[in-house]
Design a protein around this ligand. Structure first.
Ligand code: PEP
Ligand code: MG
Length: 886
């Protein structure tokens, strides 16, 4: 078994394909060496050794000792230095390197190989005593901290005291003698804390460091990180031992970090920082302010100190050539560490660079256009969920944030405005041209007009599929929900978080992408929908199979959805139209009517209003399918609350207020979500569905006549559990259609189908498909009813479920593929058996979630439907799912 893999000096025992064995850092060092880049020679001890080290009770086998000796000999041969030689000493760095980068693991020991004898040799060779003693004290300090795990505060304190005693403020003022004195102090500290003198044998130093790297794999920090990131404990870490190169050997030396493209904007420009006469950790530690890499960046920032391009033009040119070579070789943007030792460039690391959503998009599109990657690869490289950041105005990352509290990131985007505590106040203020943030304990359908008027919505209760969250996402309003630390006093019109108070009219800012709530206004930046975004979307559309529709119920939502590329409406929730202030009285009159005649009188007032709603939507969606769902929510949601409202309804209906109140009382339900809602409304009051259906068909004919392009209405019956329910409801709809067609002497094509949102419906999908012409999976309710978890109350305990690994993700956000998903695939199969080619879609919130969309592709649904702002996410996710399926 080989445990040691060499690299550098024309040798590469491994390569980039060996990440599992050599860790990310080791594999890439070997790869860089193999393509001829200047990599200081070294070797990697494999992750397999880490695993064996633990199996053997933390012992190093003789085999390893032999192989490491060969590895050291390799470095000695290439560098022409000797490990532990007092005349010409070889110094090495020792670094951990797991398969994936793991911050919090043991990091780096530099300058290993220095002792009281070799420090003199280094001084002589370098011709710089100060440099040698500075390196030695750095080594003792790092070794004591990282390997011996001694209290590093004592070392920092000793350095501070040394500077103070000399009257210095900067490390650079310390002389060789000063560093020498500090080394003595440091060695004393080691002996005092560790109980043994600082190891002088360079081999002891090396094995100590290797053991510490392996030991760090089982540190508490590493274990926590592994748990949070699903990294198996048996992966182990590799150890990289590499010849030191020095960026701190005077003014022709430097060290730096760089990206081959701008990781924040994605521009094709080298991006990075460097420091002259410094060692790697000086750049990271921020002790000195680093300088720009390029002249352009320096000029743009109006900075004085020369860029690397200006200060070291020749080495810079060499570095730029390496950047290009690495990008071409890895076919991705790289994050690089380098050192310049006396005008000679050395590469210390390369890896795929982390980037913002904006940069990811631009880099993917640019690289495809440059021919570096294919369009398919470009599609696969952008995280659909991250697109969210690009579709809404976002907070200026440079602006100051006074964070008041944090809730759930329920609907992305950012908004600032004056605080109001009720929907009417929101509407009034918005009409007066003011930007407002609507703050509620939780929202209900009667807050819709206020939510529409508000720039953002903040609630103290409710989860990711609470009313506020669903509606806000649908409207594209930023929303923070379930901010549990908010105490809202509606009477006093103020909210409290701890001892802080915010009153009506005060300004709050919401970040719907992080859940942060801030006091005061924070500047925002606008999204860019054309350009790279448009290009990637076009490419995605060319490969996806799933159609993408929108959940939309206003002409504005529909227009937004079409701009974002929606191919129809997958769910138009008609109840939201009922809350409009102009018609709520008629709606209440309908609900509170004691007989059919009373209901019909009220419905007659609603018919023209509904027809107008549908006409407006059909006009925007001309030629496209529009799924209109008939009334679904529990009726009590529409009931009057205040005296004035009761009086208004009483006048309209011609009955007395007391009778009305009694009737309202009768409508009370213990479990409204499982009560008189969905098609149960249509079963008991068919006239409601009849009038809604009539409005749909009249509107469809109107639009067909006017524009010549008929919409394709798909009338959808909610909350069906049995075939018979659907049969009854379909008869009502068909009868209304026949009546309208007879009156007009014209027809339009239409379908009648059902939502599958109850387990019984999923199980009996075969029978239901005898009647239903399409299925749309209402996975919000299907999740609620399958899991027996109330979607409105889940926020209180679901996070604990996710933390404890009971569900991998919030099942209301990402489909529970194993459970709810099984019902979906079974229903799809049984539906297709009965009615081959039956149209299948999904309209629950999961229709906009990339992981759930991948599942929809697998099951072979025809379309997904998502809120307008998630349509682009769905298009990209559908394309990625299609590519994966290929
Ligand atoms: C559903 O239940 O998934 C659905 C889309 O309907 P609603 O969210 O309106 O209950
Ligand atoms: Mg539902």
């Amino acid at each position: 078994m080989t445990y040691v893999y060499r690299f550098g000096g024309g040798v590469s025992d491994g390569g980039k394909g060996d990440k599992n064995l050599l860790g990310g850092k080791g594999a890439n060092l070997a790869e860089m060496a193999s393509i001829g880049l200047p990599v200081p020679p070294g070797f990697t001890i494999s992750t397999a050794m880490c695993t064996r080290y633990y199996e053997d009770g933390e012992q190093f086998p003789q085999e390893l000792r032999d192989e490491v000796a060969d590895g050291i000999a390799h470095i000695e041969a290439v560098t022409e230095k000797r490990f532990g030689d007092p005349e010409n000493p070889l110094l090495v760095s020792v670094r951990s390197g797991a398969r994936v980068s793991m911050p919090g693991m043991m990091d780096t020991v530099l300058n290993l190989g220095l002792n009281d004898a070799t420090v003199e040799g280094l001084a002589k060779k370098a011709g710089d005593e100060r440099f040698a003693w500075d390196s030695y004290r750095r080594f003792i300090q790092m070794y004591a901290d990282v390997v011996l795990e001694l209290d590093h505060g004592a070392f920092e304190e000793a350095l501070e005291i040394a500077k103070e005693d000399n009257g210095f403020t900067l490390d650079t003022e310390m002389t060789a003698e000063d560093w020498k004195a500090l080394v003595t102090v440091y060695k004393g500290l080691v002996e005092e804390q560790w109980g043994k003198p600082f190891p002088q044998d360079v081999h002891d130093q090396l094995w100590g460091a290797v053991g510490a790297v392996f030991g760090s794999w089982q540190s508490e920090r590493a274990k926590v990180y592994r748990r949070l990131n699903d990294i198996p404990a048996d992966w182990g870490t590799a150890v990289n031992v590499q010849a030191m190169v020095f960026g701190n050997m005077g003014d022709t030396s430097a060290t730096g970090v760089a990206f081959t493209r701008d990781p924040s904007k994605g521009d094709r420009a080298y991006y990075g920082e460097f420091l002259i006469n410094a060692q790697g950790e000086d750049v990271v530690a921020g002790i000195r302010t680093p300088q720009y890499l390029t002249k352009a960046a320096r000029e743009e920032a109006n900075a004085k100190p020369a860029s690397m391009e200006e200060a070291m033009p020749e080495v810079y040119a060499e570095l730029a050539a390496v950047f290009d070579q690495l990008e071409t070789h890895y076919r991705d943007m790289q994050d690089i560490e380098f050192t310049v030792e006396q005008a000679k460039l050395w590469m210390l690391q390369t890896r795929s660079g982390k980037r913002t959503a904006k940069a990811a998009l631009k880099i993917a599109v640019d690289m495809a256009n440059e021919g570096l990657i294919t369009r398919e690869e470009a599609i696969a490289r952008v995280d659909p969920a991250a697109l969210d950041q690009l579709l809404h105005p976002t907070l200026d990352p440079n602006a100051h944030r006074d964070v008041l509290t944090k809730g759930l990131p329920a609907s992305p985007g950012a908004a600032s405005g004056k605080v109001v505590f009720d929907a009417d106040a929101a509407e009034r203020a918005a009409a007066a041209g003011e930007a407002v943030i609507l703050v509620r304990v939780e929202t209900s359908p009667e807050d819709i007009h206020g939510m529409h008027a508000a720039k953002g919505i903040l609630t103290a209760r409710g989860g990711m599929t609470s009313h506020a969250a669903v509606v806000a996402r649908g409207m594209g309003r930023p929303c923070v929900s379930g901010a549990g630390s908010l105490a809202i006093d509606n009477k006093a019109k103020l909210l409290r978080v701890g001892s802080r108070e915010v009153r009506e009219g005060d300004i709050l800012t919401l970040d719907g992408s992080t859940g942060e709530v801030m006091v005061g206004a924070v500047a925002t930046v606008q999204p860019e929908l054309a350009g790279d975004f448009g290009t990637l979307m076009e490419w995605a559309d060319q490969v996806r199979r799933l159609k993408v529709r929108a959940n939309a119920e206003t002409p504005l939502d529909c227009r937004t959805a079409r701009e974002f590329g929606a191919e129809g409406v997958g769910l138009c929730r008609t109840e939201h139209m009922f809350f409009d202030s102009a018609r709520i009285t008629a709606v209440r009159q309908m609900i509170l009517a004691s007989d059919e005649a009373g209901r019909r009188a009220a419905l007659a007032k609603l018919l023209p209003e509904q027809r107008a709603d549908f006409t407006a939507i059909f006009e925007v969606m001309a030629g496209l399918p529009v799924t209109v769902r008939l009334l679904d929510p529990p009726l009590h949601e529409f009931l009057p609350q205040q005296e004035a409202e009761f009086a208004e309804v009483a006048t309209a209906a011609g009955v007395d207020v007391d009778t009305l109140k009694r009737r309202a009382n009768e409508l009370h339900e213990f479990n409204p979500m499982l009560g008189h809602r969905g098609c149960r409304l249509g079963v008991t009051y068919p006239e409601i569905y009849e009038i809604q259906a009539r409005a749909i068909f009249e509107a469809a004919l109107d639009v067909a006549e006017k524009s010549g392009e008929a919409p394709i209405p798909e009338v959808m019956i909610p909350l069906v559990a049995t075939r018979r329910e659907l049969e009854l409801m379909k008869a009502v709809v068909d009868k209304a259609a026949q009546a309208v067609f007879a009156e007009r002497g014209k027809t339009v094509e239409y379908l009648v189908g059902t939502m599958i949102e109850l387990p019984r419906a999923a199980l009996k999908a075969g029978e239901i498909a005898e009647v239903g012409e399409f299925f749309s999976f209402g996975t919000n309710d299907l999740t609620q009813t399958t899991l027996g978890v109330s979607r409105d109350d889940a926020a209180r305990f679901l996070s604990a479920y996710v933390e404890k690994g009971i569900y991998a993700k919030d099942p209301f956000v990402s489909l529970d593929v194993e459970g709810v998903g099984e019902l979906v695939s079974l229903a799809a199969e049984r539906g297709r058996d009965t009615r081959p080619g039956i149209k299948l879609g999904i309209c629950g919130e999961h229709g906009g979630d990339p992981a759930s969309i991948a599942f929809c592709e697998q099951v072979g649904l025809d379309y997904v439907s998502a809120s307008p702002y998630r349509v682009p996410i769905a298009r990209l996710a559908a394309a990625q799912a299609a590519l994966k399926a290929r």
